[in-house]
Design a protein around this ligand. Structure first.
Ligand code: ZN
Ligand code: ZN
Length: 161
């Protein structure tokens, strides 16, 4: 039989129930029935995004900042440096995507998940956009950049998951 505990909000009340999130014992009056089990009033009130495993607000902010940094630095590099590189373009794309993915993953507190992957993917697409669009407006889409762009996006998403 489970050990008798005392409600953390009512120390005189005995209970055998504890919160599914924080583990603190709660009495029948305090417990809240949620879709993921019994919780204390504090944890039952928290929005979905604040639960364990999801990113906190500052991690989301850092992920977005990292994504913006990748997009801006990447756009400059891809536009000015990339067309000069002939041999090894795909390997460099893979490395750049890998680095961007790891960078964004770490910025988000190593939580990864769909949000980090989306930011990584969008950041790399934005990085390639000027190099693809500016020549395309002039009438010639740089087809030779399409495959490296796809490789970079793929690596960035994979490594930020
Ligand atoms: Zn709790
Ligand atoms: Zn209580």
């Amino acid at each position: 039989m489970a050990q008798t505990m005392h409600c953390y909000r009512h120390p005189k009340r005995e209970t055998r129930v504890s919160c599914a999130t924080c583990g603190r014992p709660i009495c029948t009056e305090c417990m809240r029935q949620t879709d993921v089990g019994i919780k204390c009033p504090e944890d039952a009130r928290l929005p979905r995004g604040a639960r364990a495993g999801a990113m906190k607000t500052d991690q989301i902010a850092r992920t977005l900042l990292a994504g913006a940094a990748v997009a801006i630095a990447g756009a400059v590099l891809v536009y000015f440096v990339f067309p000069e590189i002939g041999f090894g373009r795909l390997i460099l794309s893979a490395l750049a995507g890998y680095s961007a993915g790891i960078f964004i993953h770490r910025a988000g507190g190593r939580n990864g998940g769909p949000f980090a992957m989306t930011v990584a993917g969008v950041a790399v697409v934005l990085a390639f956009l000027p190099a693809l669009l500016i020549p395309a407006l002039g009438g010639g889409l740089p087809v030779r950049l399409l495959l490296p762009a796809l490789v970079t996006v793929g690596f960035a998403i994979y490594n930020s998951r």
